[in-house]
Design a protein around this ligand. Structure first.
Ligand code: SF4
Length: 427
């Protein structure tokens, strides 16, 4: 780690962040990064010289332990401690990500429109002007390389880089599984199949395509392209998302190929971060019909695997309301299979999503409790249950959101499973 001081700028190269993702109530940075500190803000850059975190300094900034993060998809996210009021109970994390695009958030905060946050983001431009002058001075080679990288990655370049990422994988990831919170949503996406089986009426993230697996050649091509794309930042990753909405339906062969090739070519064995995680979605059909040997093969991979399945409701009236073409018997069968997999496989956790909203049939919550409430043989610390708020029902004002949060807490206290709210994030 080298540090340089210039008037108004302290530059530290190759800082070492945490090697393990953790759930703590103070700011943590993961992996290796370089930092520029000015009197007004701290800017942190990944090894490619792309800005990743910005944290304001001083009284104007909303909270000294909060920060902005830029994702690989070039979205800015504000990490709010939410006054530390119950955020953990709701989300299983100490920080709440406030997004810069419409989603299903029930937390009524908009720090991204706070003048000090807008100003901190804009000050990146001023920083570049200073670096432009600094770079002309005789400075050590390593510092010059870093500053050149920062200058190269201006706003337009970062936008084009995100477009390139989406081109490599064949489109944007419209939704990440809720379990990716365990790695702060830092996943490399590899698409093994497009579309989905059900085309549910309520869904806002579907692509509308029928389920179509990608070919083996396309999967390997993506992994090679992504390896080049992430470049020097690759060793700051130890997790992949196999997309899109129902990778489990792609079957054992494609899943094994994608996971093994990604582990090998992304060099996860040499990642700066410990362990390796694999995230994917499954569907009711794929979780019911997948053969046991598929899960045996996932359990043998050098990953901790998280499969998230949208069950949505244990109530026939609600399934009809949602226009989800599955029966309640299938939902129950899938839930039982999920519980079995969670018991049987040490390195696999299957989690389930249910919808949550004020206009759903009254029978939805009572039937959900029958499934996740008191059931002596199904208690487990694995198999989290996520409740996904339906925001298109007019749950827009503060009072509605407060009521929804209260009703979530009532349900959580009766659930036998770790239960959290699902915040839909894209990449
Ligand atoms: S909820 Fe899942 S299965 Fe239903 S339309 Fe959306 S992505 Fe497809």
């Amino acid at each position: 780690m080298e540090s340089y001081h210039f008037s108004g700028l302290t530059i530290t190269l190759d800082k070492e962040g945490s090697r393990e993702f953790s759930k703590v109530s103070f700011p943590v940075r993961y992996g290796r990064f370089s930092e520029i500190k000015t009197p007004g803000a701290i800017f942190q850059f990944n090894p490619n010289g792309e800005v990743k975190y910005v944290q304001g300094i001083g009284q104007g900034w909303p909270h000294p332990a909060e920060w902005l993060k830029r994702t690989a998809g070039n979205d800015w996210i504000y990490y709010s401690a939410g006054g530390y009021k119950g955020i953990y109970d709701y989300f299983g994390e100490y920080y709440f990500p406030c997004l810069s695009y419409p989603s299903n958030s029930v937390i009524d905060e908009d720090p991204l429109s706070d003048p000090s946050v807008i100003c901190a983001k804009k000050s990146l431009q001023e920083l570049r002007t200073k670096i432009d002058k600094l770079i002309l001075r005789p400075v050590p080679e390593t510092l010059k390389d870093f500053l050149t990288g920062v200058m190269r990655n201006d706003e337009e370049t970062l936008r084009r880089r995100a477009d390139q990422l989406h081109r490599f994988i064949g489109g944007r990831v419209t939704v990440l599984p809720p379990d990716t919170r365990h790695v702060d949503y830092e996943v490399i996406p590899v698409i093994v199949a497009d579309g989905c089986l059900y085309h549910c009426g309520f869904c806002r993230v579907k692509t509308g395509q029928d389920f179509t697996p990608r070919g083996a050649g396309d999967i390997v091509r993506q992994i090679k392209d992504l390896k080049r794309y992430y470049g020097k930042d690759l060793h700051n990753y130890n997790a992949i998302f196999l997309g899109q909405h129902d990778a489990l339906s792609a079957g054992q062969e494609l899943l094994e190929l994608a996971a093994q090739k990604a582990y090998e070519l992304f060099e996860f064995e040499h990642s700066y971060l410990k362990g390796a995680s694999l995230f994917l979605f499954g569907s009711i059909d794929s979780i019911i019909h997948s053969e046991e040997k598929l899960f045996e093969s996932l359990d043998r991979l050098p990953f901790s695997t998280y499969i998230n399945v949208g069950l949505e409701s244990n109530d026939p009236a609600t399934l009809e309301w949602l226009k989800k073409p599955v029966s309640v018997e299938q939902v129950r069968e899938a839930f039982l299979r999920i519980s079995g997999i969670n018991k049987r496989y040490e390195k696999i956790e299957v989690t389930a999503n249910f919808v949550f909203g004020k206009d759903l049939p009254a029978s939805h919550l009572s039937s959900l409790l029958e499934l996740i409430g008191e059931r002596p043989n199904l208690s487990s610390n694995k198999g989290a249950v996520y409740l996904s708020p339906l925001m298109e029902e007019g749950v827009r004002d503060k009072e509605d959101k407060r009521e929804l949060l209260k009703s979530f807490l009532r349900l959580k206290t009766q659930s036998r499973f770790p239960t959290f709210i699902y915040l839909i994030q894209r990449l």
